[in-house]
Design a protein around this ligand. Structure first.
Ligand code: G6Q
Length: 554
C-alpha cells in the first residue's frame, strides 16, 4: 500500500508546516477578525472552537485534502456497515450498532445485529429495573443495595467514568462500586463495609479469561459463600457480561444471568453494550438510553457532515497536524467540570491503546510520528500543578479544554470562577506575553531597572501553544454520550490517516504472557525461565523477602 508520505497533500503539508512554524497565532488572530467563526463548529451538544491552533485556511484546505486522499469517508462507511476493518483480528467494528437508534438493519454474517442489540437492551432494562425496584432478592430474601462491578480496562473504565460523571442523575437507590485492580487492597476495601446478603456482583469480561478479573471474581465468590454457607447463593448474587458463555457458566454463573457481548465490540468501545449494565443500574435504563441517543447524534453528524465541518474529523486532522507535522509528542485533556474527573484516564486508554502503534495495516514500519501520549487532570487542579510546564517548558503540549456553560451542581459564585480560569488559560497559552510587554508591565509597577533586567526573561510566555475548546451546555447523559462518541470517531479517523489498525491491542499481550509464567515461578518457588539479570535479581529479592515476611508473621 502506498505510504501516506507519498500523497500530494502530505507533501504539501510538510512544506506548509515549515512556513507555519515561523508564524505566531497572535498575529493570525490580529490579521483575521473572523477566525473564531471560521474555525469553530456548533453542534447541539457542544461548541468546538479550534481557532487556537497554528493553522490558517490553507492548513485546513490541505488537511481536508489529506482526509480525502486517505478516503476517510469510504472507511467510515465500511465501519458503519460492518466490514471487517479490524484486519489483524478479522473482525467487524460495530460499536456504533449498539446505539443505532434508527433501528436500521445492519447485517453481519447473515444476522441482523440491530435485532441482537435490541434483545440485549431488553435484557438490560428488565434486569436493571428488577434490581432498582427491589424485586431481585439475595439469598436471604433481602433486596440488593450494592452492586460491585468486577472488570478491568475496557470492562471497567467506560462504566466507571460515566457513572462518576453522571452522579447527579442517580437516585442513589443502588450504590455501585468498581473493582479493577488485582491488588487485593481494592477488593478488600470495597467489600469490608458491605453486607453479602445485599450485594450483587457483575463479572464484566468479554473474554472471561482475564487473570485480574478472574482472581477478583473468585475472591468475591469465596466471600459470598463463606457468609451464606451455601453455594446456591451464587446464582442470586452473580451475573456476567461476556462473549464467552462457556467460561462464565463453568465459573458458576447461571445461563440466564449472562449478558451478551460480541467479538465486533472492542473492549474500549464497549460501554454502550451490556458492559454498561452498572450505568443502567445506577442511573436507570432511561438515562442509559439517553447516553446512547447522544452518541447516535454524533454518529449521524460524523456520517453526514462535510469533512471541513465534521467535528471528529477536524479533531483527528488537528492531532495529526500538531504531532506528525509540528512535532508535539503529548496531549493534555483538561476538563473544567468535576463530573469529568475520569475523562482523561478514559481517553488515555481509548487513544493510546487504539493508535499507539508503529506499523501500518500491511505491517510496514511507520516512518513518521503517530499519536501523542495522552494525559491530564481536572483543569483547576492542573493549574496548581503542571500548567507551569504547559506555559513555559520547551515542549509544546497541545491541550483539549472541556467545560460546561451550566454546572450540574450550581453553588453560588463557583462556576464563574471556574469558567473565568477556563477562558483565561487558552488565551494565555495562545497569546503568551512577550519581553516588551513584560518590561512595560514591570516598569508600570515601579520596579527598578536592575530588577526588570533580572526577572523579565523568567516572565516571558512565548504562547503559540495549541488548544481546542469544547464547551458543553451541561453535562447530561445525552451530552456525555455525544462527547464520548466525538472522541471515538476522532480516534478512528486518526487510525485511517496514519494507516494504523486501531482496533487490536497486541502490545498488551507480551507482558501478560510473561506475567503468567512468572506467577508460576513465584508460586512454585522454582525459576524455570530465562530472565535477564535484572528481572531475575528482582524476582529472587521478592521471593526471599516474602518468605521472611511469612516466617516472621507465623
Ligand atoms: C480494550 C482492551 C482491554 C480489555 C481488558 C479486559 O479495548 O481490549 O482493556 O477491555 O483487557 O478484557 P476482558 O473484558 O476480556 O476481561
Amino acid at each position: 500500500m502506498e505510504s501516506r508520505t507519498s500523497l500530494a497533500s502530505w507533501q504539501a503539508l510538510t512544506k506548509h508546516a515549515q512556513e507555519m512554524k515561523h508564524t505566531h497565532m497572535r498575529d493570525l488572530f490580529d490579521k483575521n477578525s473572523e477566525r473564531f467563526a471560521q474555525f469553530s463548529i456548533q453542534l447541539p451538544p457542544f461548541l468546538l472552537d479550534y481557532s487556537k491552533n497554528l493553522i490558517d485556511s490553507k492548513t485546513l484546505t490541505l488537511l481536508t485534502e489529506l482526509a480525502k486522499e486517505c478516503e476517510v469517508e469510504a472507511w467510515r462507511d465500511k465501519m458503519f456497515s460492518g466490514e471487517r476493518i479490524n484486519s489483524t483480528e478479522d473482525r467487524a467494528v460495530l460499536h456504533t450498532a449498539l446505539r443505532n437508534r434508527s433501528q436500521k438493519p445492519i447485517m453481519l454474517d447473515g444476522v441482523n445485529v440491530t435485532e441482537e442489540v435490541q434483545q440485549s437492551l431488553n435484557h438490560i432494562k428488565a434486569f436493571s429495573d428488577k434490581i432498582r425496584q427491589g424485586y431481585w432478592k439475595g439469598y436471604s430474601g433481602k433486596r440488593i443495595t450494592d452492586v460491585v462491578n468486577i472488570g478491568v480496562g475496557g470492562s471497567n473504565l467506560g462504566p466507571q467514568m460515566v457513572t462518576e460523571a453522571l452522579q447527579q442523575y442517580s437516585d442513589n437507590s443502588i450504590n455501585v462500586h468498581y473493582v479493577s485492580n488485582v491488588d487485593g487492597t481494592q477488593i478488600a476495601n470495597v467489600l469490608r463495609p458491605l453486607n453479602p446478603e445485599k450485594v450483587l456482583f457483575i463479572i464484566s469480561s468479554k473474554t472471561f479469561t482475564t487473570t485480574e478479573t478472574m482472581t477478583n471474581a473468585r475472591t468475591a465468590m469465596k466471600w459470598l459463600v463463606s457468609a451464606s454457607f451455601d453455594e446456591s447463593a451464587i446464582a442470586k448474587h452473580f451475573v456476567a457480561v461476556s462473549s464467552n458463555k462457556k467460561n462464565a457458566m463453568e465459573f458458576g454463573i447461571d445461563k440466564e444471568n449472562i449478558f451478551d457481548m460480541w467479538d465486533w465490540v472492542g473492549g474500549r468501545f464497549s460501554l454502550w453494550s451490556a458492559i454498561g449494565l452498572p450505568i443502567a443500574i445506577d442511573l436507570g435504563f432511561d438515562n442509559f438510553i439517553e447516553l446512547l441517543e447522544g452518541a447516535f447524534e454524533i454518529d449521524e453528524h460524523f456520517c453526514r457532515a462535510p469533512l471541513e465541518q465534521n467535528a471528529p474529523v477536524i479533531l483527528a486532522l488537528l492531532s495529526l497536524w500538531n504531532c506528525t507535522f509540528l512535532g508535539a509528542q503529548s496531549q493534555a485533556i483538561l476538563p473544567y467540570d468535576q463530573s469529568l474527573h475520569m475523562l482523561s484516564a478514559y481517553l488515555q486508554q481509548a487513544e493510546m491503546e487504539s493508535n499507539g502503534k508503529s506499523v501500518t495495516w500491511d505491517g510496514d514500519e511507520i516512518t513518521y510520528p503517530t499519536v501523542p501520549s495522552i494525559w491530564g487532570e481536572l483543569g483547576i487542579n492542573g493549574q496548581h500543578a503542571f500548567y507551569q510546564y504547559l506555559h513555559q517548558s520547551n515542549n509544546v503540549v497541545p491541550a483539549d479544554f472541556i467545560g460546561s456553560v451550566e454546572s450540574v451542581t450550581p453553588v453560588q459564585g463557583h462556576h464563574e470562577t471556574l469558567m473565568a480560569n477556563f477562558f483565561a488559560q487558552t488565551q494565555a497559552l495562545m497569546a503568551g506575553v512577550n519581553e516588551e510587554q513584560v518590561r512595560a508591565d514591570l516598569k508600570a509597577k515601579g520596579r527598578t531597572q536592575d530588577y526588570i533586567d533580572k526577572v523579565s526573561p523568567h516572565k516571558i510566555h512565548k504562547g503559540n501553544r495549541p488548544t481546542n475548546t469544547i464547551l458543553m451546555k451541561r453535562i447530561s447523559p445525552r451530552s456525555l454520550g455525544s462527547l464520548i462518541a466525538l472522541y471515538e470517531h476522532k480516534i478512528f479517523v486518526q487510525g485511517i490517516l496514519l494507516q494504523i489498525c486501531s482496533f487490536d491491542q497486541w502490545g498488551v499481550e507480551l507482558g501478560k504472557g510473561l506475567a503468567n509464567e512468572i506467577q508460576k515461578e513465584i508460586e512454585s518457588g522454582e525459576v524455570t525461565q530465562n530472565h535477564d539479570s535484572s528481572t531475575l535479581g528482582l524476582i529472587n529479592y521478592f521471593k526471599t523477602l516474602s518468605k521472611e515476611t511469612v516466617h516472621n508473621a507465623s
